[in-house]
Write a protein that binds this ligand. Structure first.
Ligand SMILES: Cc1cc2nc3c(=O)[nH]c(=O)nc-3n(C[C@H](O)[C@H](O)[C@H](O)COP(=O)(O)OP(=O)(O)OC[C@H]3O[C@@H](n4cnc5c(N)ncnc54)[C@H](O)[C@@H]3O)c2cc1C
Length: 423
């Protein structure tokens, strides 16, 4: 069973993308196999569907109805399993490896991170979410945190003892981070008092720490500063949000008179925008990898379904319309996988990561939505059964075109780099 799953996971992202023959060849292959084995061996989560498209969807158990406490306990289980499997080191830049107090963290291998995200998403988007949030909610600390922050926080994130979150978005500041209104005022004793509201914060209510962005100055871009905020600090309150992707722990974070010492600041005052954009930039292609994992799962489910389902005396797969559909789905999936692998390889080898990473995120998330929609169509009514693999993928994939920079913002990034290059 596990080896069949391993084969499917191995097919999601290519082992040796273009321009990357050396690193992806002799050096990376054993590591690749080790990472995929670790993903395949993760325990099944509550509500996760059996690994492998076998039973007809209507014969599978429906997932438990949405309930924030059961989502939180599944998320906590997922994080523990990821930590025990040693997978979190692929997205948490390790302070121990940093060169000196103000040294940069050991660079993350984006190829490894993408491989793990694609494989986790194939299994369960919740596994993927808990994996990547440990990275998103710690990268600024790895990059610019004090020696004490790196020493106390990063190992805890790596072990899954600290649950990380990134608190950037606000009701009035989504795509445009210059609109952030959360204020951090000097408290007169070297520290800060923070008031404001964050929304759409993954892991809100579950996180032990937030990397929080607040305004310390009126300058739209140079006035933002990052803080490491323990969730238990007095004045921090969370409220859950119920979204379409209902196994995603998410909510609002309300900050009222929150007092933080100066030592909670990450980097220098005014460095927030650079840190926020730097974090999103590194992780961007990995959203594409998650999309590819989901799309590949939908494709695999569909290939089994159309060969098993008989209508008009023949399997659906015998109809040419079905053949054209699966051929197009597979081609889009492959194209998305190659773009993601290419962007990750460029990042890892110091090549020009832009606009390749924006293209990878844009194309892979849009393609995954199309592929999963077609998968649902080919499943017919059974694709709509609550809790079935395709129905869950259909709901889970939608957010990927929105978070960490919407598709429209990716297009603006791509256009800017093209027009700058020509101008
Ligand atoms: C499931 C999920 C998880 C999330 N997790 C986190 C998290 O952990 N931490 C966090 O801080 N945030 C998180 N977010 C928030 C996410 O990053 C924002 O939703 C995203 O940046 C878009 O902002 P918005 O929703 O306010 O949309 P808006 O910025 O209001 O955009 C609305 C629409 O307008 C378009 N648009 C905006 N500006 C332009 C422009 N200049 N040109 C053309 N079109 C434009 C957008 O593309 C979009 O289609 C999450 C969101 C979701 C859905």
């Amino acid at each position: 069973m596990e080896s069949a799953l391993l084969k499917r996971l191995d097919a999601i992202l290519p082992a040796a993308p273009a321009r990357d023959a050396d690193a992806a060849g002799t050096h990376e292959l054993p590591r690749r196999a080790m990472l995929l084995r670790a993903v395949a061996a993760l325990p099944e989560l509550p509500g996760e569907q059996p690994q492998g498209p076998s039973d007809p969807p209507e014969h599978r158990a429906a997932a438990a109805p949405h309930d924030p406490s059961s989502v939180h306990s599944a998320a906590a289980r997922a994080l523990r399993a990821l930590a025990q499997a040693g997978l979190l080191s692929e997205c948490v830049a390790d302070a121990a490896a940093a060169s000196g107090e103000s040294g940069r963290p050991a660079p993350l291998s984006l190829r490894a991170m993408c491989l793990v995200r694609a494989a986790l998403s194939y299994r369960s988007p919740l596994y993927d979410l808990m994996f990547v949030m440990q990275g998103l909610g710690s990268y600024a600390v790895a990059l610019c945190g004090s020696a004490e922050q790196r020493r106390s926080y990063l190992p805890a994130v790596l072990q899954g003892d600290a649950v990380a979150a990134l608190a950037l978005t606000e009701p009035e500041a989504g795509s445009d981070l210059a609109g952030i209104r959360t204020r951090a005022r000097p408290d007169g004793a070297g520290g800060y008092v923070i008031d404001g509201e964050k929304t759409f914060i993954s892991n809100a209510g579950l996180a032990t720490h937030y990397v929080l962005y607040a305004r310390t100055d009126d300058h739209p871009k140079k006035g933002l500063t990052a803080f490491l905020l323990p969730a238990a600090t007095p004045g921090v309150r969370t409220e859950p949000l119920a979204l379409l992707c209902d196994d995603h722990p998410i909510g609002r974070v309300i900050l009222e008179g929150v007092r933080l010492p100066e030592s909670a600041r990450i980097g220098q005052p005014g460095q927030g925008m650079t840190l926020a954009l730097g974090t999103l930039e590194v992780f961007r292609p990995s959203v594409g990898a998650a999309a590819v994992g989901m799309a590949r799962r939908a494709l695999d489910e569909t290939l089994v379904r159309v060969q098993a389902r008989v209508q008009f005396g023949q399997p659906l797969a015998a109809f040419q319309a079905t053949q054209l559909a699966v051929a197009e789905m597979a081609t889009e999936c492959e194209a998305a996988a190659l773009l993601v692998a290419h962007a990750a390889a460029l990042h890892d080898t110091g090549g020009p990561a832009m606009p390749a990473s924006a293209m990878a995120k844009l194309f892979a998330t849009e393609a995954a939505q199309r592929i999963i929609d077609r998968a649902l169509q080919l499943h017919g009514g059974s694709g709509l059964i609550r809790g079935s693999v395709i129905e869950r993928l259909y709901r889970d994939v939608r957010a990927l075109r929105i978070y960490e920079g919407t598709s429209e913002i990716q297009k603006l990034v791509i256009a800017r780099s093209l027009l700058t290059a020509k101008g």
